[in-house]
Design a protein around this ligand. Structure first.
Ligand code: SAH
Length: 343
């Protein structure tokens, strides 16, 4: 819900200042509407239902993948497209020796991928959002409403700002949303902000008190290729971004997660892995190789064998590497794909 509008509506109704907090706490715990807020006077619930839409977003389309991933396309009140994804992971197998009925958790990790902008002004050539027209920054409430939508389905515990948009170009709203995510069940340590390498944002994030995680979309270790696939590299060249990541590490003593999307024949050769290892200090960086989701794109994703060779090359050179699980392939769940297909 639009939290500023809520504040104003409550003030106009002459309500005490704790009301906004009460309403927010219900919403953050997954309430489906004002009528569930039993510690609010009935008349006030009706008044809010009239004057403050329960969500700033309306669901346009929702798809569930065979792996349980849910992807939702929303519209803002002014008709802008916003996408978000819920990823459900199974628990690791119960530890040997755990007693029957003990230590058995019912759910696995529930991770949300949220958007910070409708569209994106950057034009990464492999990214569906990058090919769409940029609409605008989302408000903190519009970001939170993506999380609340899924919270109404089930409890959630992780969030990544890896949906549409560049979070560092809308950092005020992103940080405001992050401040409230713990109420929804997502602590700062389980919240990751992903960036193309927007240096002022990295530096600002390093100064916030919140222990958020930082992910950097590297995708190529040389400036020529990187500028080709990520034109923002001309503005913020790699060496300068890596220096900002080092400043982040000095300030936070927390690793920087490298995203590296595996594009067949573009950035997946052995020498390119060696070049990645050469520019990254393994003390600071952990690499996450991302199988490319090619739907509607001129690029092909690297084969899993090529990804394994690339991973082994990085490990040989001392890097910590993981390969991201693919999710939601059958529902166009990668950044911008649903909205781009509808545009
Ligand atoms: N602008 C930020 C966050 C949004 S994109 C950033 O670039 O980091 C989140 C991640 O998804 C980025 O690493 C991006 O390169 C990657 N991505 C975009 N399209 C993809 C696709 N089709 N398949 C796999 N990853 C993709």
């Amino acid at each position: 819900m639009d939290l500023e509008l809520l504040q104003r509506a409550l003030a106009d109704a002459g309500e005490p200042s704790f009301r906004a907090r009460q309403v927010w706490e219900w919403a953050a715990r997954g309430a489906g509407g004002y009528d569930e807020m039993t510690n609010l006077p009935v008349a006030l619930r009706a008044q809010l239902a009239e004057g403050v839409p329960f969500s700033s977003l309306t669901v346009v389309e929702e798809a569930e993948s065979s792996d349980g991933t849910v992807k939702t396309l929303f519209h803002t009140a002014d008709g802008r497209a916003v996408e978000a994804v819920l990823m459900r992971y199974r628990d690791p197998p119960a530890r040997a020796g755990a007693g029957v009925g003990r230590g058995v958790r019912t759910g696995g990790r529930r991770s949300l991928c949220v958007s910070s902008q409708s569209g994106c002004p950057l034009t990464c050539t492999f990214c569906a959002t990058g090919t769409m027209k940029f609409a605008r920054n989302l408000s903190a409430s519009e970001i939170l409403d993506q999380a609340l939508h899924f919270r109404r389905i089930e409890p959630v515990d992780h969030a990544v700002f890896m949906g549409m948009g560049e979070p560092m170009m809308n950092l005020d709203a992103v940080l405001e949303a992050c401040r409230r995510l713990p109420d929804v069940g997502i602590t700062h340590r389980r919240t990751t902000i992903s960036t193309v390498g927007w240096i002022p944002g990295i530096d600002r994030l390093a100064q916030t008190g919140m222990p958020l995680r930082l992910a950097f979309s590297l995708h190529a270790a040389d400036d020529v290729l990187r500028s080709q696939i990520m034109p923002v590299n001309d503005r913020y060249p790699l060496a300068d971004v890596l220096a900002a990541c080092r400043r982040w590490y000095e300030a936070k003593h927390r690793p920087v997660f490298i995203e590296y999307v595996m594009l067949a024949g573009v950035n997946d050769r052995y020498e390119q892995a060696v070049a990645v290892a050469r520019v990254l200090d393994p003390k600071i960086f952990k690499v996450n190789l991302i199988p490319y989701n090619p739907s509607g794109s001129p690029y092909d994703g690297s084969r899993s064998q090529a990804i394994e060779v690339f991973r082994a090359a990085l490990e040989e050179h001392g890097m910590r590497v993981t390969v991201r699980l693919t999710r939601g392939r059958d529902i166009a769940a990668a950044c911008g794909q649903l909205a781009a297909a509808r545009a």
